[in-house]
Each structure stands twice: as C-alpha cells, then as structure tokens.
Design a protein around this ligand. Structure first.
Ligand SMILES: [Cu+2]
Length: 182
C-alpha cells in the first residue's frame, strides 16, 4: 500500500504552494501599478465665450485624479467659473489641499472637490493672480485677502452638504469653488 505516502506528499506540496503564494502576494502589494502621471492642467482659463455648462464628453485622462462618478448638481454655481470641469473625489482623506491662484491665477484648483465629514481642507496660495481670499457663501468661513505665496487657510468640514465659496475680489471673473461633503 502506498496510499499513505502519496497523501503525505500531496499535503506537503499543498502547504508549500500556499506559503509560496502568500509570499508572492506580500511581495506584490507594495508597488501596485499607478498609471502614467496625468498632465497637470495647464489650461489657461478664461475663454470669453459664454459656454453654458453642457460640455460634451470629456475624454478620459489617464492621470491619478479621481472624479466623482456622479457629478453633483450645483444649480448653476459654476456657470462661467474658472478651472471647473468635474468634481475631484478626495473622499476618505483627513486633509485635502486646494490651490488659491491655480491655472491663470484667477482660479481654485481643484475648483470642486468632494471630501468626507471631518476632513480639513487647506487652501494654499500660489502667489499668482494678485490678492485672493476664500469666502463661503454661507458665511461659515472667510479668510483674509492676501497675495503671499505659501499662505494657507484651513477649515474642517463636519456636516454633509455643498459649500460654495468665492474669492471676493475675483468672484465676478469666475474665481469660484465648492466643497462637497458626503
Ligand atoms: Cu482671487
């Protein structure tokens, strides 16, 4: 009878394979493929043709920027706004940075961002486009107006909702933003 030996050997092989697989998995998990680096939106903002929101299919950009699967309804808030295309999905992060003076200097970057409750949004001045501030339409937060590169202002969003804000000096030329807390 050779049954016993065969069984033993099979068990041994299974054990080894399992261990090998675990090792392989462990080895892989570090460097998961991150696709090519997205082109860093160097689109010079204010074309003066009043395009109305309906933008035909925006081609997929192979960058690392994630967008919300379903675009929130901003009720026309972003009509004529600079640097707005879609809402960047930054949910699940403790802290998110938004540039003040992005693009041609008169924009927020990203203009629209979605975060989770409890997230702190840090606005960071680029130094471009003159003096800016960050002022919530609701009055929930308002920064000073400054120009200095590297200046920051932060606000922690606790309650779900849509928070629209502007740069007061440049709101009339489309410097608007929104934070969606979901
Ligand atoms: Cu401004």
């Amino acid at each position: 009878m050779t049954d016993d030996t065969t069984l033993d050997r099979r068990r041994f092989v299974q054990a080894t394979t399992a261990a090998g697989a675990t090792l392989l998995l462990a080895g892989c998990s570090g460097g998961g493929g991150d696709g090519g680096d997205g082109s860093d939106g160097s689109d010079g903002g204010d074309s003066s043709d009043g395009s109305d929101g309906s933008d035909g299919g925006s081609g997929g950009d192979g960058g690392d920027t994630q967008y919300l699967a379903e675009e929130p309804d901003y009720g026309g808030w972003f009509d004529g706004a600079n640097n707005y295309e879609q809402t960047v999905d930054a949910t699940g992060q403790d802290e998110v940075t938004v540039d003040v003076g992005a693009g041609d200097g008169l924009a927020f970057g990203p203009a629209a961002v979605a975060v989770s409750p409890g997230t702190t949004v840090v606005w960071e001045w680029t130094g471009q486009g003159g003096g800016h501030n960050v002022a919530a339409e609701s009055g929930d937060f308002e920064s000073e107006t400054v120009q200095e590169e590297g200046h920051t202002f932060e606000y922690t969003f606790e309650e779900p909702g849509t928070y629209e804000y502007v740069c007061t000096p440049h709101s009339s030329v489309g410097m608007k933003g929104a934070v969606v807390v979901q």
